[in-house]
Design a protein around this ligand. Structure first.
Ligand code: SAM
Length: 233
């Protein structure tokens, strides 16, 4: 269960009303039962339900079950696409271990609105069910130019280009481990001037995900899976 307060031995934790209902109504837990909780910073803790009232439950942290761990240093820079697809991408990115999701606005992006609170909740729930102890950060949308202007050149960029590139698996293996980001374009793909800039950057590896043009959500899942197979854990 994901909670926000700091965790430590003896700390009382009040879950949200929804979480309380889930623990008592769905999980059928009661006073004295144990559950595992995490906050993305302090590791995973065994906690006991020490209060059980109509207003909700209170947990008391008992002992550290697993020290805090972080997944691979992988980011996903993804052009905004329509709501349901963005939500799928965020969920799958959280499952596949991405640390930071950076929604971006490119020349051909035609969606600008995004509900960050909803994306945060999706990332949190997906992280929770995988058993990872960190929750991916979802940034405010930013223009691709601005993201590239502030890029740390030590981070390699797997530029997924629908116009073609090196086969992804071989290109990733040749580039090797280290901090990485994956870039996925919008429904209309990248504009020629964006492609030219991306290809000229020294930290970019332009890759193909195969001969078919994939939908952005499929492309993101394929790219993250290939990255995991070639580099990640
Ligand atoms: N029109 C479709 C849609 O509505 O989803 C296709 C979108 S495709 C242009 C979106 C992005 O997925 C591309 O900009 C690229 O990043 C990635 N992509 C799709 N197919 C790809 C491929 N075969 N190789 C590399 N990247 C690909």
């Amino acid at each position: 269960l994901y909670v926000t307060p700091d965790l430590g031995s003896g700390t009382p934790i009040a879950p949200t009303p929804d979480q309380s209902r889930y623990l008592t109504g769905v999980m059928r837990l009661t006073q004295g039962d144990d559950i595992l909780i995490f906050n993305g910073r302090d590791g995973e803790w065994r906690a006991t339900i020490t209060e059980f009232t109509k207003r909700g439950v209170v947990l008391t942290c008992r002992e550290l079950a697993r020290p805090q761990a972080f997944g691979p240093d992988l980011e996903l820079v993804v052009a905004l696409v329509k709501k349901s697809r963005v939500e799928t991408i965020v969920e799958k990115a959280a499952e596949l271990g991405v640390r930071r999701i950076r929604p971006t606005i490119t020349r051909r992006t035609n969606v600008e609105k995004v509900r960050l609170d909803r994306l945060d909740a999706i990332a949190m729930e997906a992280a929770e069910q995988t058993g990872r102890l960190d929750v991916p950060i979802v940034d405010d949308p930013e223009k691709l130019e601005a993201i590239l202007d502030g890029w740390d050149p030590a981070r390699r960029l797997m530029f997924c280009d629908e116009a073609g590139g090196e086969p992804a698996m071989a290109a990733l293996q040749a580039a090797g481990p280290g901090p990485w980001a994956i870039l996925i374009g919008p429904e209309g793909g990248f504009a020629p001037e964006e492609r030219a800039r991306l290809r000229a950057l020294p930290f970019t590896t332009a890759v193909s995900l195969g001969p078919r043009i994939l939908r952005a959500d499929t492309a993101a899942i394929a790219a993250m899976t290939l990255w995991q197979a070639a580099i990640g854990d």
